[in-house]
Design a protein around this ligand. Sequence first.
Ligand SMILES: [Zn+2]
Length: 214
Amino acid sequence: MDTNPTPGARDHAIRIDYLSGGERFATETFQVSITEHEDVNDVALKLARDSAYCNERVPALSCLFTIQSTDPDGPDGAPPGAGSPLISSVEPFDQAAAKPNTPPVLPQCPKCGDTDITRDASARWDRANQCWSLSAVYDNQTCENCGAEGNDLAIWVSLEPADRDDFLHAVADKLEDATLPDDPVFQLVIGAVHGTMTVDEAVREWGLANDIPE
Ligand SMILES: [Zn+2]
């Protein structure tokens, strides 16, 4: 096109809000250059699907895309952010299209490493069920252990390994005791937290269980 001096690439800002049951639980933003052979919507969808937040365990997962041209030499000659088209669309994720076998994740405090993270939320009185029910979840997160807080405070850690025996061995390796996976008490205690604790947390759990005099 004669109106576009750089036809090879167009710059876009892509913001992706991840929703569970219509409530936003995470946001990511990307700056991307789109070649003339690519569709910015396809690129945005791929970014979302490659994200750790696109997890098949998230109930009623959907994504809200906000795509804005930031190309200073766009076809309209418009400066970035002014007069550029803003496209918003909800693309519900087919659960089957989400990453297969995505390992479960857990929010973790970047300051102290604790995983007891809470988020600000508001509740409304539910007349029909006669109880308070969650109506909105906000960005602000708080670590209940050290008090650190901020928007999108948490880092996301994997609960891998997904296999129970691999998990027992990973915990035993950290404890530097190769006999533990054959210990029935270890199997019971650590097997019970598989899928809900990280390897490091399970190591701590085992330490606590053994430090308590009984
Ligand atoms: Zn903390």
